[in-house]
Design a protein around this ligand. Sequence first.
Ligand SMILES: Nc1ncnc2c1ncn2[C@@H]1O[C@H](COP(=O)(O)OP(=O)(O)OP(=O)(O)O)[C@@H](O)[C@H]1O
Ligand SMILES: [Mg+2]
Length: 112
Amino acid sequence: MQLIHAIIRSSKVEDVKHALEGIGKVSLTITDVKGRGQQKGIKQQWRGSEYVLDLIPKSKIEIVVPDGDVDPVVDAICEAARTGQVGDGKIFVVPVTRTIRVRTGEEGDGAI
Ligand SMILES: Nc1ncnc2c1ncn2[C@@H]1O[C@H](COP(=O)(O)OP(=O)(O)OP(=O)(O)O)[C@@H](O)[C@H]1O
Ligand SMILES: [Mg+2]
């Protein structure tokens, strides 16, 4: 069982949700986040002067999937979130040791 953290453009959230639904993945968590990548923010202009927006608003999608579903889910997110420009986002995959469905007490892949 793996937790996929995908930090993506907020404008791509609907496309990514749709792509995930298309491969049967409905359950997920979405959070508004701020962060920066290798460009250390972005330069912006305001009333003629330039300043750096250090932390850029993004959306984070968290989705827990069985090990065998990681590759198709990552592929679907990448395809739906990509514009080809810097700032398209990043995906981290981390192991999950335990999942429990609160209503039933089920555990493991059946509880995802
Ligand atoms: N190493 C990292 N650790 C934690 N969060 C990160 C990391 N890299 C990127 N992020 C998060 O992902 C968001 C998007 O990153 P971004 O797509 O700009 O990555 P990048 O490495 O700069 O790639 P690119 O050159 O395509 O812009 C950042 O705003 C930040 O929230
Ligand atoms: Mg970047």
